[in-house]
Write a protein that binds this ligand. Structure first.
Ligand SMILES: NC(=O)c1ccc[n+]([C@@H]2O[C@H](COP(=O)([O-])OP(=O)(O)OC[C@H]3O[C@@H](n4cnc5c(N)ncnc54)[C@H](OP(=O)(O)O)[C@@H]3O)[C@@H](O)[C@H]2O)c1
Length: 347
């Protein structure tokens, strides 16, 4: 049977937000099971991203994944201001932001969060993430060979200095929850050992060609919600994040076959799979039609169990966002950022 994207969840091109599934976090709070990404990948303008947020909110999105490093929080803030001065209540929307790598340590965490709040024109965040476990940063739009001369390996004591300030943000009521991003099991073990306030979520790359089954299971066991970035395989990612061996989940014949059955773009199959598996995908799009079809996809006919099982077998362990620009030594390979042997890579 052929299904058009127009379903019972859709009336006048708007999805009823109460029909969008939610995830209950360890705190009991409910996070909408799909969010809109806001990284323009260095080529979509800040104003176009803000327009996407505005449109997405108007058709039923209630979760936005922001970050100071995306450079567009002040434009998105204008949209939020208008929304919350209108009909929409702030507590009906989930807003995440992230601490950039150059703000780790004791000095800058609180000020950086306050800057994001001011830019976004809100008085609290639902979730604040440490964007990367490394304090290493790079200029936006840089090339894959760019290295920060002060880059260092993961130093747990330093990460905990940052984390203590993240905890203080919760104590002060500036953020409801704190979490991590781009972590690994051994790093998470140390954080869970030492945290006073545990992370409620970890944001990580997740799509049919990079399912991270072991880490995914681990997070679920620990009650940490996985948030999946690049859920479509980030077809618009910056040049620095492309190598010839990369594969594309939307070109996978297994995904395309399911897309054909449902009469949707393969991207929508990736989003449906993500929500049904239990992660929270945060697809980016600047195209109204795609923004809408991704949301509709999580409210209408689900994938069958056979389709879910078939997609599980498509995993290629193909990490697309490798993070080369965060490496700290010459002659390293990007795998060193990800503790692939189960041990934190030493300095
Ligand atoms: N924590 C981190 O370190 C981290 C890292 C990377 C990303 N993120 C977050 O995750 C978000 C999403 O990741 P991403 O932007 O890398 O990749 P993505 O969401 O996998 O892919 C976005 C691309 O997919 C296309 N697309 C979206 N929906 C589509 C549809 N229904 N049909 C056809 N094409 C579609 C978009 O093009 P159109 O605009 O033409 O629709 C856009 O080029 C980011 O925006 C950011 O918020 C976080």
């Amino acid at each position: 049977m052929h299904h058009s994207p127009v379903s019972s969840s859709l009336s006048n091109g708007i999805v009823d937000p109460t029909l969008v599934p939610c995830r209950t976090l360890s705190s009991g709070a409910k996070m909408p099971a799909i969010g809109l990404g806001t990284f323009g990948s260095d080529h979509v303008s800040h104003s176009a991203v803000a327009e996407a947020v505005k449109y997405a909110a108007s058709i039923g999105y209630r979760h936005f994944d922001c970050a100071s490093v995306y450079g567009n929080e002040n434009q998105i803030g204008k949209v939020f201001k208008d929304l919350f001065q209108g009909e929409l209540r702030r507590d009906k929307v989930w807003i995440t932001s992230k601490l950039w790598n150059d703000k780790h340590g004791e000095e800058a965490v609180i000020a950086s969060c306050e800057k994001s709040l001011a830019d976004l024109q809100i008085d609290y965040l639902d979730l604040y993430l440490v964007h990367w476990p490394f304090p290493n940063h790079h200029p936006s739009g840089c090339d894959v060979s760019a290295r920060n001369p002060h880059a260092v390996s993961y130093i747990h004591e330093n990460y905990m200095r940052t984390w203590r300030k993240m905890e203080e943000l919760v104590d002060r009521g500036l953020v409801r929850h704190i979490g991590t991003s781009n972590m690994t099991i051994p790093k998470m073990e140390l954080l869970l050992r030492d945290a006073r306030i545990k992370p409620v979520a970890n944001e990580m790359e997740l799509h049919p060609h990079f399912q991270q089954p072991e880490f995914f299971r681990y997070l679920n066991e620990k009650g940490i919600q996985p948030i999946g970035f690049s859920p479509i395989g980030s077809p618009g990612r910056p040049e620095r994040d492309r190598v010839p061996d990369d594969t594309s989940p939307t070109e996978d014949p297994g995904i395309r076959q399911i897309a054909q059955r449902l009469g949707v773009h393969p991207a929508v199959v990736c989003i449906k799979w993500a929500v049904q598996r239990g992660q929270v995908p945060i697809p980016f799009s600047a195209n109204p039609r795609n923004i809408l079809s991704n949301l509709v996809g999580v409210t209408n006919e689900p994938l069958t169990q056979q389709e879910m099982d078939a997609i599980e077998k498509l995993d290629r362990n193909c990490r697309l966002i490798k993070g080369q620009v965060f490496l700290w030594r010459d002659n390293q390979s990007w795998e060193d950022l990800w503790d692939v042997n189960g041990v934190i890579t030493p300095p």
